[in-house]
Design a protein around this ligand. Structure first.
Ligand code: PRX
Length: 662
């Protein structure tokens, strides 16, 4: 445990004490050390009282709830605020549009600097209503699924809120996914409508979104309509009767639409995420519990106040974008930023220009971007006025102390709270993170649990609780919390099997973690066959099944390898069919990478592909990934016991291929 014993502890920073450089009005943090402690205690001991009060204060209800929580991990029947009725779009838009109509709801920072715009709460309400009416005209009703395949434009937030307004369930598919992945998701959730753009823009490049949708829809018989936002104005084919331009459809509608009340437990959205086996899972989130979790974590983990301008640089296609671009900030009635570009377009100063221009108060990104920018040099950060910032956060993967320090010094100037937020698609909102005005931080540690979250460490084999400090184990959660996922679309048994059965009585995160001498949590990474590349979660089984579709591949095994910038990278071992012949090794490797890009999406492309004669298997035919991981980590001298392999000599062949590839 050496690496996390020695680090420095940072006290509550200047800007959270109303001090620091620059002439900014810096509010007092909502939570200090004492209130964190007393709230946390109350949140796990007086559960109904604590959450009942916050539920009433945070959400505007159409019908109040009577019961705070029901069910548990045993049966997987968790329900929060069950009798309550509400509408997510009313809570995110209307109540603020009525209170402060001209306040900016969304700052859109377009791919090309200077081409963005600001949208007020009043304007947001009008557009959400028009699109909600347009969707209703297309036959979308409460409970129907709508696929959203959009790049980072304001219409992405509008689309989500328009679905929520009429009780429809959105399922956003990240616009980097291939046509095959889009098709699988649309079919799995029985979508009736797909929302997309003519094209997307990112980092000066054009993404052919509509043509990807067209390819996917060839095999989605249930999709009746496609609503197309004009982003670039390029000439794209529109299928008569199926495709409609967003702007035409919206303009024809009244700019008011009554929000449809839904039950607390009705689904707000489905979001597909990778697991260690099988196809991606459609994680289903509830309406009230999810909104409460995202609203409270924006308020308290980012210490957001009324006049703040909050920026999360994630993509709306992932859970981070759902919770911290759209729902969480808008539940607090503050200004949120939608960023279409990349950290390095047109230059590596882009992030910092955006912070200075919009006087952002919170900034949230992934460790991968920080590592990339650190490598490119401090000169890109210097000279930009970043004094508006109070809280800077990271998410998605463990952050190494060097990257943490760089972020703290160069972006936060040692005066901002750095929040390393640990959570998952399934948890809906932050689970473990510092509170800016309450928690001393340690670079590399996610620190302390959010209210209502009881993290425990378990022995991976026996499942026994590991007590005390300076210990490691698998990370599990003891009690249901409001924003947790409720099920997997169409497969509740899988929900039970993956999260609730492995360690009965607990929610299993799939991560390993340690608790240090002060009780702080350090996330160690996945303990299953899930890779984390640039904070994107990718199942090794998905890549394997993409590779196997190549005519030459007989078997494949994928492992994650350490990468300085992306955290992990994909390394695929491939065995070919004996009958398969090919001319050039380079061309074959290219073809295999292309196979993965086409099947899943460019972000899942393997960094390394090793063509081997055979994969190491036990006598019962199971691939021993442990060996493949060791070889790929340059630790072939530490393979341990290989006697259970059916043919131990296979290992020599693999090591030989690895060495040749270096
Ligand atoms: O392994 C953990 C890692 O990301 C996984 C969740 O991935 P996903 O559902 O795609 O959600 C990402 C955004 C919340 C976790 O199981 N992870 C997330 N945050 C952290 C992290 N690992 C270490 N530190 C974090 N702060």
């Amino acid at each position: 445990m050496a690496e996390y014993r020695e680090v420095k502890t940072y006290d509550i920073p200047a800007r959270l004490k109303g001090k620091g450089t620059g002439s900014h009005d810096r509010p007092k943090p909502h939570i200090d050390e004492a209130t964190y402690k007393s709230n946390y205690q109350a949140s796990i001991t007086k559960i109904d009282e604590f959450w009942g009060k916050l539920g009433r204060e945070t959400i505007d209800w159409d019908v109040p709830f009577k019961t705070v929580r029901h069910g548990g991990f045993e049966k997987g029947d968790v329900a929060w605020f069950p009798e309550g009725q509400l509408n997510a779009s009313y809570n995110c838009v209307d109540r603020w549009a009525f209170r402060h109509p001209d306040k900016t709801a969304i700052i859109w920072e377009a791919d090309e600097p200077g081409q963005g715009k600001e949208i007020s709460y009043k304007e947001l309400l009008a557009e959400v209503c028009q699109v909600a009416n347009a969707l209703t005209n297309m036959g979308v009703r409460k409970g129907d699924a709508v696929i959203v395949y959009l790049p980072m434009i304001p219409e992405a937030a509008v689309a989500l809120l328009a679905c929520a307004r009429i009780g429809a369930v959105h399922s956003v598919v990240f616009a980097g996914f291939s046509a095959d992945s889009l098709r699988d998701r649309a079919v799995d959730c029985d979508a009736r409508v797909v929302i997309t753009t003519d094209e997307g823009k990112r980092g000066g490049r054009t993404i052919a979104t509509k043509s990807i949708v067209d390819a996917a829809l060839k095999e989605c018989p249930k999709v009746e309509h496609c609503l197309v936002v004009k982003r670039t104005g390029s000439d794209v084919p529109m299928q008569e009767g199926r495709d409609k331009w967003w702007h035409d459809a919206a303009a024809a509608e009244r700019a008011y639409c009554s929000p449809v009340p839904v039950q607390s437990e009705d689904p707000l959205f489905i979001l597909y995420t990778s697991g260690s086996t099988g196809k991606p899972k459609g994680v289903v989130h509830s309406t009230a519990g999810y909104l409460l979790g995202t609203a409270l974590t924006v308020k308290h983990i980012f210490d957001v106040h009324e006049n703040d301008r909050f920026a999360c640089m994630a993509d709306v296609g992932w859970i981070t974008g759902h919770s911290y671009i759209v729902y969480g900030p808008l539940m607090n009635g503050v200004t949120t930023l939608i960023f279409e570009s990349t950290p390095v377009y047109p230059t590596a100063s882009r992030y910092w220009e955006v912070v200075a221009q919009h006087k952002l108060t919170q900034f949230y990104t992934a460790p991968t971007s920080i590592r990339l920018l650190r490598r490119l040099g401090e000169e890109h950060v210097k000279g930009h006025d970043l004094t508006s910032l109070r809280v800077i956060g990271t998410v998605g993967e463990p952050i190494n102390p060097e990257a943490w320090d760089w972020y703290n010094e160069n972006v936060g100037h040692g005066e901002c709270a750095v929040v390393d937020t640990y959570w998952q698609t399934e948890t809906g909102a932050h689970m473990i993170s510092p509170f800016p005005g309450a928690t001393k931080t340690k670079p590399g540690s996610a620190t302390v649990p959010f209210w209502g979250v009881e993290p425990v460490l378990l022995d991976p084999q026996s499942g026994k609780l590991i007590e005390g400090n300076e210990v490691e184990g698998v990370l599990a959660i003891k009690q249901p919390w409001p924003s947790m996922a409720r099920t997997i679309k169409g497969d509740h048994q899988r929900f039970l099997d993956v999260y609730l059965k492995p360690y009965p009585g607990y929610y299993f995160t799939g991560d390993g973690a340690a608790r240090d001498k002060d009780g702080y949590i350090w996330i160690k990474g996945r303990v299953d066959d899930v890779c984390n590349v640039s904070g994107h979660r990718i199942g090794t089984a998905e890549i394997e099944s993409a590779l196997i579709q190549h005519p030459g591949v007989s078997e494949s095994a994928v492992v994650g390898i350490a990468d300085e910038v992306t955290g992990q990278a994909i390394c695929a071992y491939v065995a070919l069919k004996p009958s398969f012949s090919y001319d050039s090794h380079e061309a074959l490797v290219k073809e295999l990478v292309l196979q993965v890009r086409r099947n899943i999406g460019p972000f899942a492309a393997p960094k390394k592909i090793l063509v081997v004669k055979d994969l190491p298997k036990t006598r019962s035919g199971k691939i021993m990934r442990r060996i493949l991981r060791k070889v790929a980590s340059n630790e072939a001298d530490q393979l341990g016991d290989v006697s259970s392999l059916a043919d131990p000599s296979v290992v020599d062949g693999i090591i030989e291929v690895w060495n040749k590839d270096q």
